[in-house]
Design a protein around this ligand. Sequence first.
Ligand code: AMP
Ligand code: MG
Length: 427
Amino acid sequence: MSLSSRFSCLDDHDPDALAVDQARAFIHSQLRPRLACERVALRSALGRVLARDLIAPCNVPAADNSAMDGYALRHADLDATGETSLRVVGTAMAGRPYAGVVAAGECVRIMTGAVPPPGCDAVVMQEVVRVDGARVGIPGGQRRGQNIRLAGEDLALGRPALTAGRLIRPAELGLMASLGFAEVSVFRRLRVAFFSTGDELCSIGAPLAEGAVYDSNRYTLFGMLSRMGCELLDLGVVADDPPLLAETFRQAAAAADVVISSGGVSVGEADFVRPLMAELGEVLFWKIAMKPGRPLAFGRIGAAAGNADRGAWLFGLPGNPVAVMVTFYQFVREALYRLMGADPLPVVPLLPAVCEHSLKKLPGRSEYQRGILSQTAGGWRVRPAAAQGSGVLRSMAEANCFIVLGHESGPVAAGDVVEVQLFDGLV
Ligand code: AMP
Ligand code: MG
């Protein structure tokens, strides 16, 4: 079934005012991860997606060990309520266990991470113990097993420590190291080709001709794609020239898994891009009910008939610099993670914040205003960046979050709680 007929099957869709959630869900439903996997050295796995379940080849921790600095003892020696005096016969250090035997009425000094001697089944923290020469007084009320971390408590031998699809962040890297893995299987990097279109665009390094603008979209795209760990193919600036555009799209689709263009999908320009796309593959042109970022093209290009595995997914983003970033974050980011094999997809939470200003908003479209979130004694507050035009990239640079005004929501009064989406994630 063709892409357009699958899209037509959607209930209640209007390609001239498609809700953000509908577009996102449709895109998501079409994509399947198909990347080959490769083995890489552990450090190179950062930012990549795990291709196979990682089964723990050992217990972590490998042996029972003390969670505290204190005294390891035999719980049965202790008086349940009163103090018990024990003789200290030695010391167990992390990496250097006590070699002797702990007999009845004896204990050893033990450090965090050290393995308790055989027979010792509790550790009492040093702060509660009364030291008296070579003896210690242990207060009543201790529990068997207390302050001992059990072997396999963090990761059990033979169980999956991480499952395929996991995006590898610093914690996963450390966890894999804790299991002794020097190499892991990850999906190969997603190849993304991208370029800017427009006769008015000038590349940096050249003097700006009259009426021209420097191409900034290729740099925001470079930044966002690099941070996602994609393999990049920068195809430069392409003039509004149909044969040249067709050739660039063809070349991009042959070399990459995903092609991202910016510009050329607004109402006037789509008129000449549309027939060109019809020759290259199957691309849907949408007007999304959102601000900014209304025009968006999505589809598949460059696949030879009967060979759907070849070719590339296309995202034709609008030309306005803010709209490029908004549509990337709201549609492309998640789509790329899906194609990268990430499962679960990394979520971007919507967090509540008190809006300091009133905001105009009509129900029936989603808005992504650029906001400045700050912490006050009364909690998190947000105010819109000064200039909200979809061409004003300064608003993105000044802001640290989107103020997300949902499809159905109406105007916001000063003091209302709104939802924000932070630009930066912690890891
Ligand atoms: P378009 O979607 O091609 O009609 O472009 C919409 C607006 O965005 C126009 O003002 C363009 O000059 C501007 N624009 C398009 N592409 C870029 C780019 N790569 N860098 C900066 N501005 C751009
Ligand atoms: Mg243009």
